[in-house]
Design a protein around this ligand. Structure first.
Ligand code: PEP
Length: 253
């Protein structure tokens, strides 16, 4: 049984003060949702303050990116050890905005993913196709190409203690959400790709959906058998909305 996870990617928003306040609100509300893993992912420079604002609440800290290198003359980069040191447990690898605006290749993303694994962080590998790729019927091919370098570098075991996030690029920040059936079809495809190598690892792998998730549409998405929670952008900046999504992820049986 996979525990649902809802992660809030705060992107490049906010101030120190607003980050502290948002983290405090999420932390106060978290105790009411013990069945959901809650993760907040602020900008690097807010990590320390957010960690302090979370305190002992059951909310994990994540980073938006990481260097594939361990240490040295790499100005502007942040290492896995630095992330561990500041209290991070999760790190996004290959968010579509980094692929698009920082030209991160599938190979570089896989190197970041493996660096995170080696350091004991939980990498969240973000994958997704553009609108044009979907229209051309290339979704599966694009996703396979995004996952394959990780399998090449780390084998199926790379996906133990890791997460995937399916985020169709056409749905991120656009207000267009994949419908539940579209999300389920893709999540099932990705899980079966990993299952070719190890059914056990595929079965335990949390696959989050991301792309314009809101409290109002989250429950239908999370009801799909292969959707294990969400990676939330815009809606994670409003504590009530984010906690509404967390609530929608609570297993009901
Ligand atoms: C994201 O940034 O990962 C994301 C899914 O953004 P939004 O929820 O705003 O579409």
């Amino acid at each position: 049984m996979r525990k649902p996870i809802v992660a809030g990617n705060w992107k490049m928003h906010g101030t120190l003060e607003s980050a502290r306040a948002l983290a405090g609100e999420v932390a106060s509300a978290a105790a009411a949702h013990p069945a959901v893993g809650i993760v907040v992912i602020p900008p690097f420079v807010h990590l320390h303050a957010v960690r302090d604002a979370i305190g002992s609440a059951d909310v994990a800290l994540g980073a938006q990116d990481v260097s594939p290198r361990e240490e040295g003359a790499h100005t502007g980069e942040v290492s896995t050890r630095m992330l561990r040191d500041v209290g991070c447990r999760y790190v996004l690898c290959g968010h579509s905005e980094r692929r698009q605006y920082q030209a991160e290749s599938n190979e570089l993303v896989a190197q970041k993913f493996m660096a995170a694994r080696r350091a004991g962080l939980l990498p969240i590998l973000c994958i997704g196709e553009s609108y044009e790729e979907r229209e051309r019927g290339e979704t599966e091919q694009v996703l396979r190409a995004q996952v394959e370098p990780v399998l090449r570098l780390g084998g199926p075991a790379a996906f133990e203690s890791a997460l995937l996030a399916y985020e169709p690029r056409w749905a991120i920040g656009t207000g267009k959400t994949a419908n539940p059936e579209q999300a389920q079809t893709v999540h099932h495809f990705v899980r079966s790709e990993i299952a070719h190598y190890s059914a056990t690892i595929a079965d335990l792998l949390p696959i989050l959906y991301g792309g314009s998730v809101k409290a109002a549409n989250a429950a239908q998405l999370f009801a799909q058998p292969d959707v294990d929670g969400g990676l939330i952008g815009g809606a994670s900046l409003i504590a009530n909305e984010f906690m509404g999504i967390v609530s929608a992820a609570t297993p009901r049986n």
